[in-house]
Design a protein around this ligand. Sequence first.
Ligand code: LLP
Length: 388
Amino acid sequence: MTSFLESKIQQFRHITTPFYYYDMALLSNTLQRLKYESDKYNFTIHYALKANANSEILQLIQRYGFGADCVSGNEVSKALDTGFEADKIVFAGVGKSDAEINTALKNKIHAFNCESIQELEVINEFAANMLMKAPVALRLNPNVSANTHKYITTGLEENKFGINQWELETIVERLKQLKNIELIGLHFHIGSQITDLSAYKSLCLKINEFQAWFLQRHIALPHLNVGGGLGIDYHQPDQNAIVDFGAYFKVFHDFLEVLPGQTIHFELGRSVVANCGSLISKVLYIKNGINTNFMILDAGMTELIRPALYQAYHKIEKLTNTEEKSKRYDVVGPICESSDCFGKALYLPTSYRGDLIAIRSTGAYGEVMSSNYNLREKVKAYYSHELL
Ligand code: LLP
């Protein structure tokens, strides 16, 4: 069977590799599904720009009326420039700089997700200078395991993120003096690439406990932000191109105790954009060892660092000469590092110099994390509507 990407080979042959290719029809379908499933419960979605901040991608997401989740002043500015409404922008991050806080205040964003007492004091001071109140959600560390890679687990006490339970009493006391802070809610984010939905059930139960703690102190919280982290199926990107948003939202509907009038916010990144992107690369050389055949690509860890950094799996698909007998390869890049490897001992059709390869599910944390290490050029992105 010819895959969707194979049908694009004629166009791909004319483009300098490596490059990112985005299937915008799939992104549209994903956004429609996300909207449908979240609207069922009146949930508010903020797309996490950190996953992919390409203008074309952002413009499409913004058209569905979603908000934005930003982690830098530049992301806040980019979201605004793309047309995301300021009052749908949330701004997170454990180390917001003075300039970034001022940018966000000036633009009257929906909420700062705050991570420490000191940060609250700084935001209070800058808000006072602008004669305004800063809307703040406290990012709490729920100490819930996300059962994911340790580098992308964020909700454990050992992680740098969030305010710990034992600091809450002090924070609430301090907030009484911080007259330019308006506490609007709580924020959580336990990690990324979470495929075990029971982690979200545990999160909901923990949030209920926190909420009860605040209610006992007569503190109303109009806004609960449960973060993002929903994982995708990296192994079967065609069969499961769109994640089961329905099952994910249902966990929150079933287990989160929502107060009358309270709004529930989500910050999804990967699950929105990962599967619409592929990194397209060419085979430069085949190098045969005694035990290992190396397939050397023109894409490397500079374009996609996830395998080197997290030992992440991405499906590697051969687009040309697909009928050839299968052979075992280590698929590697050209960078001077042994970690520059996309997959070991993979069985792929026998390959030749010039063959085209797709590294799948790279729409999230692919291009945004690219670097120019070895003084490599930043690669270009192409969108399906440009290559008809
Ligand atoms: N909200 C907060 C506060 C976050 O820190 C993150 C991701 C998100 C939302 C979006 O999470 P998502 O829905 O995309 O899982 N570079 C890593 C992932 C790092 C995630 C960082 N935080 C990777 O390539 O797997």
